[in-house]
Design a protein around this ligand. Sequence first.
Ligand SMILES: Nc1ncnc2c1ncn2[C@@H]1O[C@H](COP(=O)(O)OP(=O)(O)O)[C@@H](O)[C@H]1O
Ligand SMILES: [Mg+2]
Length: 156
Amino acid sequence: MLKKQLNPKVSLISNSEEETKLCAQRLAGQLKQGDIVLLQGDLGAGKTTFVKGLAQALKFSSKKVNSPTFVLMNYYKAKLPIYHFDLYRLEKAAELDTLDFDDYFYGEGVSLIEWPERLGKNMPKQYYLVEFKHKSEHQRTICISCPSKPQPRPSR
Ligand SMILES: Nc1ncnc2c1ncn2[C@@H]1O[C@H](COP(=O)(O)OP(=O)(O)O)[C@@H](O)[C@H]1O
Ligand SMILES: [Mg+2]
């Protein structure tokens, strides 16, 4: 089970886009309402590909998954609702004030966030971290960890 391997960290090499999606599908099996997944890595490292794999596992067509371009977040009505953030185009931190992160982070779905280092003060306390590194044209190192300590969910 990935859960056991996640303690403290699981690291693997993906040799193709398909393998990256399979890796995402294994994580998808662990996800529950209110979970947050931070996806870290350079452009083209495989973050959006991973989101497609996750969405597929949660019964949403991966063909409809694309990085949000004109908005910061896309919503996918999957088995668990998916909030797909991509902060690459964020120009100033103030733009984040237009999003009510608590509604997503502690809402009914899962939040998947590309370029999470741009979250600033909105960085959640508990999350899965997925780190991608280019190894060669078709190879990526993917490292999944759960570095944060469990925190009680805030009462609403
Ligand atoms: N092992 C791999 N895992 C994921 N993507 C790969 C892999 N090998 C090649 N690719 C290619 O790299 C690109 C990754 O793009 P994307 O997932 O959009 O990256 P990001 O969202 O990190 O910018 C795609 O064109 C994909 O086909
Ligand atoms: Mg992307």
